[in-house]
Write a protein that binds this ligand. Structure first.
Ligand code: MG
Length: 354
């Protein structure tokens, strides 16, 4: 093969983007401009047989008779932030929601709402980021849609992703399955995502050296399930509302109390500093690459070791225990030895972080 080889089958490289190219209403027409945009930006990165068929729906095969199904819309601002962007977030968010059921994520769909005037080069960057995240997670994006709205009617780009994952026979993981005696494991330090996005907006008023944790957690889940099996009762990713809100949901669903040890909860120093400046409690700040696992006590050491052997679980720690009462409550044993109730997040603390 030489550089002078001419491929007579047609162009193999995407048509180059012009620097000043913007999304215009015609890109949402469903006609020639839509097809060109989809062909240039989406079809090559997302290439898979289901998408390439070009039909009204992607046809896929699954190896189980039970599927987990999830959907999530992403409106994060800004579109790109330290450690990630709206595309990586959109893929990881849905992959993680499927993984938290103990399902193996397989196929995603992606719907794009584009605002007239959006930089085509930025959209191309986001699409490549989605494909990188999908490849990392081992999932395929098998169907998609783009719509364009007039300037001022959206904020650049919104992405909805839906996904399906295969549930193995007998797998029963859910928020109602926590039991008294369970150990609560957290996969790593909290608050990175929320603080990284605030920093990217310039809302911190200072430079914080914080990078979003946005990551696909299905590999971590596979490792911990291989180690813990049926001893793993609950998995959930503490996204919006943070660890405090997620634990309250589980305590209520299961009718148990969760007792957290404040000293055991890992928070990176720059996140602590940012939270102190802003008056936030890191327990309520969003994460996009962390999970909480409720595991029967006897299996906890093996599960913890398996988590720590994975890329996204290296800093996993035991942060609490489950007890029977007071049912539906989360309690925090503080560093000074007192105990206080940790409630759900009341309103919206940080809008548009996911
Ligand atoms: Mg979730």
């Amino acid at each position: 093969m030489t550089n002078s080889t001419v491929n007579l089958e047609g162009p193999v490289c995407p048509i180059p983007l012009r620097h000043d190219e913007k999304i215009v209403m015609g890109h949402g027409s469903g006609g020639r401009m839509s097809h060109e945009l989809i062909g240039r930006l989406f079809q090559t990165p997302f290439a898979n047989p289901a998408l390439a068929a070009g039909d009204d729906a992607g046809v896929v095969a699954v190896a189980t008779d039970r599927l987990a199904v999830s959907t999530d819309s992403h409106v994060v601002w800004p579109l790109v932030f330290p450690g990630g962007d709206i595309g990586r977030l959109a893929v990881c968010g849905t992959v993680n929601d499927l993984a938290m059921m103990g399902a193996t994520p397989r196929y995603l769909t992606a719907g794009f709402i584009l605002e007239e005037g959006l930089d085509v080069a930025l959209l191309a960057e986001v699409v490549l980021s989605m494909q990188a995240a999908a490849a990392e997670a081992g999932v395929q994006i098998v169907a998609g849609d783009t719509k364009v709205v007039q300037r001022g009617k959206a904020d650049g780009l919104y992405i909805n992703t839906a996904g399906v994952g295969e549930l193995p026979p007998g797998r029963a993981i859910g928020g109602a399955r926590a039991q008294a005696g369970d150990v609560v494991i957290l996969s790593g330090p909290i608050g990175d995502h929320g603080i990284a996005v605030l920093g990217a907006r310039g809302e911190l008023g200072f430079e914080a050296d914080v990078v979003s944790d946005v990551a696909p957690l299905n590999g971590l889940v596979a490792a911990l399930l291989a180690a813990g099996g049926e001893a793993v009762h609950v998995l959930r990713d503490p996204t919006r509302g943070g660890v405090a809100t997620t634990l309250n949901e589980i305590a209520r669903q299961s009718g148990v109390a969760v007792v957290l040890d404040e000293r055991a909860i890992p928070v990176r120093p720059p996140v602590v500093a940012a939270c102190e400046m802003l008056g936030f409690d890191p327990l309520y700040v969003a994460n996009e690459g962390k999970l909480l696992a409720f595991v029967a006590a006897e299996a906890a050491p093996a599960v913890l070791a398996a988590m720590r052997a994975t890329r996204y679980g290296e800093e996993a720690v035991v942060v609490g225990r489950v007890q029977a009462a007071p049912a539906g409550r989360v309690l925090l044993r503080t560093a000074i030895g007192s105990t206080r109730v940790v409630d759900m997040l009341a309103g919206e603390m940080l809008p548009r972080i996911c």
